[in-house]
Ligand binder design. Sequence first.
Ligand SMILES: *[C@@H]1O[C@H](CO)[C@@H](O)[C@H](O)[C@H]1NC(C)=O
Ligand SMILES: *[C@@H]1O[C@H](CO)[C@@H](O)[C@H](O)[C@H]1NC(C)=O
Ligand SMILES: *[C@@H]1O[C@H](CO)[C@@H](O)[C@H](O)[C@H]1NC(C)=O
Length: 504
Amino acid sequence: MSITKQSALPPWAQPQQNERKRRYLDWLPIVAVLALGALWLFKSSITESFNARCSGTDPEISLKLEKHPSLPLKDIPKHLRSFQDCSIKNLQANLSFLDTAHPLPVAEFVHRRDRLAQALVEDGLDAFLVEPGYTFSYYANVTQPDWEVWEPEERPFLMVVQPQSHGSTYKAKTTFLVPSFEAERARLLNMPFESEIELVTYEEHWNPYTTLLSSSIFSTAKTAPKVMVDEEMRDFISRGLADNGFNVHGLNGEVERVRETKSEAEIGILRAVNTGTVESVRAMRKCMKPGLTEDEVMWVLDNTMRSAGMDPFFDIVLFDEDASNPHGGTDGSKILEKETMVLIDVGSHLFGYSSDICRSFFPPFFEKPESDHDYEALSSELKEKLYVWDVVLEAQTASLHALHENGTCASVDLAARGVIEDAGYGDAFTHRVGHGIGIKAHESPYLNKGNVDTKLKAGMTFTSEPGIYLVDKFGVRHEDILLVRENGLPDLLTGQRAQGPWDP
Ligand SMILES: *[C@@H]1O[C@H](CO)[C@@H](O)[C@H](O)[C@H]1NC(C)=O
Ligand SMILES: *[C@@H]1O[C@H](CO)[C@@H](O)[C@H](O)[C@H]1NC(C)=O
Ligand SMILES: *[C@@H]1O[C@H](CO)[C@@H](O)[C@H](O)[C@H]1NC(C)=O
């Protein structure tokens, strides 16, 4: 239920004894062969079961599955199989949300680096420096574990992007600082460039920073090159640069804006993965039965997303009072009952992009009161749940109206907060209203009432996720993804907002 339980640490971050590592290595070839065999068998059985389900019914579904193959499902206890089958079947009935997602072409990465070059000129900088991580993967498709599967390396491997004048515009000139003995491995990364990558290499006993400074790419500089380092740059590298002749600046200005503003291709993927995540919650909800635990719901929801090729990386399922901590923290064992307010905040990856959505609802075996008489018969606890649910939705609606070009980040937060304060629950809305989203679920800019200086730009994507958390009672949050447009209301990247506690 906590975030860490879902996002398995990347291999390099896992604590391992040397002894254990050696033992693994001895067994590696055998384990690898067995695993490949198992994977092959598993994959064939899944494909078969999907094919069995889809053949003869809807040829389009089989076609979609070819385009977006299922990820391997995690094993679940036997008593959950029918719940899971029901949920997956519901989702597979309509996979058209995947239609807008396509793998990014090399040209997309070239375009990003050229936009960075332009931003560097606007910010008056000579270069941008970044090491493997999220930002490096944004510009050149290499994550930290892609480069170092063991643990983060002490030897700097840096991407250096400089603006190069081409008539009236600027294009990126990209160079990599890399240990000499790793030069070939850097080429084997097959990074998205249209021609051979350029390297500056250093021997083990050299100073990498003075090597970079005296290399041909900085040789014409008369004063200390003014460089910007990414926010993920480790401190010892920033200091190494500053102590050896570079004028170092932190991430800021137009350079930071580059990743904040999304392209059509990115928007297509964000729309697919976020709509698909909401659809997965809806598909799963319809199959819920009394007695399920929070963890059991999480397992089935995760597998439902995997069945459509989405890779869950966090999944917070909370029942009633457990949801009064917005990020959970309880042990996942609370049991689903008829009048439980269920809160699910969940994210998946697709083509490297994140979803992050939240829905709050009643289970399907609790019938919606249709008449005034039925409504009046509800307990006061239930009436408060219904009231709070509506207040949070209204707060979200208010935030949407503030989410337009040239509005401030603060104004979006304040719009939602005003509605919740007016309803008398101001103290129970304990976090900011939202954040940017892209390759990371949380990206700048951040929508909090203190962020009065940052202006919204068309092309930025945000969550809007107001909530009310009542200790010992329940919590409600509605979270959708929105694209800022030049004029008018933002574009909804989650398909459809929640309609009510029985129609999330
Ligand atoms: C399938 O889902 C899409 C949106 O994701 C929707 O527009 C369409 O109407 C749905 N089709 C059916 C047959 O339900
Ligand atoms: C980016 O990397 C992923 C896997 O790490 C790969 O599937 C994809 O093809 C790469 N994209 C490009 C444009 O090289
Ligand atoms: C936002 O502000 C910029 C700069 O002041 C201006 O060029 C642009 O037209 C404004 N956009 C809208 C929608 O008003």
